[in-house]
Design a protein around this ligand. Sequence first.
Ligand code: GLU
Length: 415
Amino acid sequence: MAFIFSRAACSSPRSLWLCRRSISTTSKFSHSAIHGSSAIAPARTRFAPSPTGYLHLGSLRTALFNYLLAKRTGGQFLLRIEDTDKKRTVEGAEEGIFDTLRWAGLQWDEGPLAGGEFGPYRQSERTELHKKHVDILLREGHAYRCYCTPQRLEALALTRKHSGQSTDYDRRCLNSPPTTSTTEPHVVRLKAPVQYPPYHDLVYGTITPGARSHDHSIGAYEDPILLKSDGMPTYHLANVVDDHLMNITHVVRATEWMPSTPKHVHLYNCFGWTPPKFVHVGLLQDTQGRKLSKRTGDVFVSEFREKGYLPEALNNFVALMGWSHAGESDVLDMRGLVERFSIDGLTTGNTKVEFGKLDFLQKQYARNRVTEGPGGKEILDAVESQVRKKFGEKYTPYPQKPQLSPFTRTNGAVA
Ligand code: GLU
């Protein structure tokens, strides 16, 4: 319990430092052993994007935190493509994800192209597994088949809305038989409990979802859909089944997914499985406190890449959003990040993104590449391509070799 209260106060780097001290003096366990980030047990983490477009800075950060936790603990980092919503799937987005992750140096240990013993790693190729698990829920009374037409559901929602009530489902199909011999279109719904169970988040402490008893008293039930009428699973079902079957130990994701977690924990309980550890990280915001979006500038990794930002600068930049460490310098390349990474350093709350820091880091890494490695030519090419883009015709290429004037003799005498 003391641990939960301590975490709640740990929202700034300073309070975090104080918390670290107070925990280490009050607990006989080491802090890292409590959180498990630098503990001996290797973590199996996953990045689970939906192929709906370009990777956002926030997604890069999620992937990076998952990668760092796996590498820090000697575990595995998985890539799973969550492509069960065909309407939202964008052609070429999957390749874009692979390309961006590779550019950022976040090579996955298991996943599409890499393989692994827990595959397939595309959810659309796992539907038989998902259906098999839905059958278990149906058999054990945790889910039911719903034959209501979209028209009926719309009419129900409209009537309820007019009378100021919750538009949730009325459970007309609650008692439909678990097995079906008809091909009549239907979905499978989860029988949602009055109250979802509390769960422990390694960053946010104990989360207790609110009761929905009021809605139940007027005959309105959330009962989320698990299997759609096209036979495809929804996010909740596929995410839980796959995390379990892939032996994921830590789910690191943005807080926008927190409202889903109680449903997931309930599903784990229904299956009789132990849930993974949940690690939610706050959202990225612009300086006005709004969700970081195209409205305020670049947000896609590809845009930063096109502008010539180096992967080590961008990784370092996103790693510092919502994570702090006790080291002296914030300039941390991948090796430094892996060495320092710990769940203890993740902070609660959203992060306002200040791009000035990215330029500072870019300068550091550009300098490193020029002075320490064979990357000087690459940097020169990147600068050249930016200048060419900006000045077009007016740009004169920098000479590769010193040019001699036609009027100059090698002995220096003018002809
Ligand atoms: N498919 C979800 C996404 O696009 C995954 C969320 C999760 O990590 O559970 O981000």
